[in-house]
Design a protein around this ligand. Sequence first.
Ligand code: ASP
Length: 330
Amino acid sequence: MQRRKFLKNVGLGATAVAATPVMAKDHPSDLNSSKNKWVKPQIKPLTICTWNFHRATAKAWEVLQAGGKALDAVEQGVMIEEADLSNQTVGRGGRPDRDGFVTLDACIMDPKGNCGAVVYLKNIGHPIQVARKVMEETPHVMLAGEGAEQFAYEMGFKKENLLTPQSKAEWEAWKVTSQYKPIINIENHDTIGMLAIDQFGDISGACTTSGMAYKMAGRVGDSPLIGAGLFVDNEIGGATATGVGEEVVKTVGSFLIVELMRQGKSPQEACEEAVMRIVKKNREYANFQVGFIALNKAGETGAYCIHPGFSYSYYDQSGQENRPAASYTE
Ligand code: ASP
């Protein structure tokens, strides 16, 4: 009962944007227009990202408010977390794989449906920038490992050590038992996936992570996979994910959400359906977390997750908010 009420509130939280074209006769500031002329819709930019990465949405909002494009907003927004050494799940300072290497995954998608991704990238602090270069400077969509790293150097990126003393010390401690447990503590996986809609009504998304801590060497999750960790269709909206990537990949979660929105579901309903697909197929869901956020062309947002504890940061002209996501389990 309470959850339903909460869901309702979450769904209503972001209905301020009217991206649907309105008839001139209905538009108060356009009384002289001919009856059948369509006027430009009022687009109110906004941005959201997984978890309460409020500094990231603040940066993205700065770009949007200055009239910038959604693509630049999401890139610059997630770069804040990539650069933050205290964030041990994204970019520099990320926790390493079980062999002690920090390997990063990221992808980006623009309103034209172009996308770029890097997987298993070492020694480069801003994988999202490299992903954008893949999108804009190559005929490819994804570069992996050494090839991605080599490409980054060619694009002018500098080699850097991504393993901080703190992440190294924790890894050394983990090695004492070396227990490989692919089940993530539900509070301990903080990929940043970000979506934005700009003043032109265009939507873009970005997603970046260091992946599961102490993963097997070579492991890649959902975050850099277009359709799984992120998907944008500028006609409809976008979605992005966090949590155990293997589960998101199996259901192609972000693409699924966008398609559900195309069929008429709200972002909230679509996120709920995507979580339900995972829960129905994997009875082990009690042991892992997955969270989705979504944004549609009208500027409505939604979020849903398996277990309580997930939230998303929201920023539009009326300010910034951390919005708790409703969950499947109480
Ligand atoms: N989705 C990321 C991965 O599986 C990790 C996370 O968001 O917790 O690599």
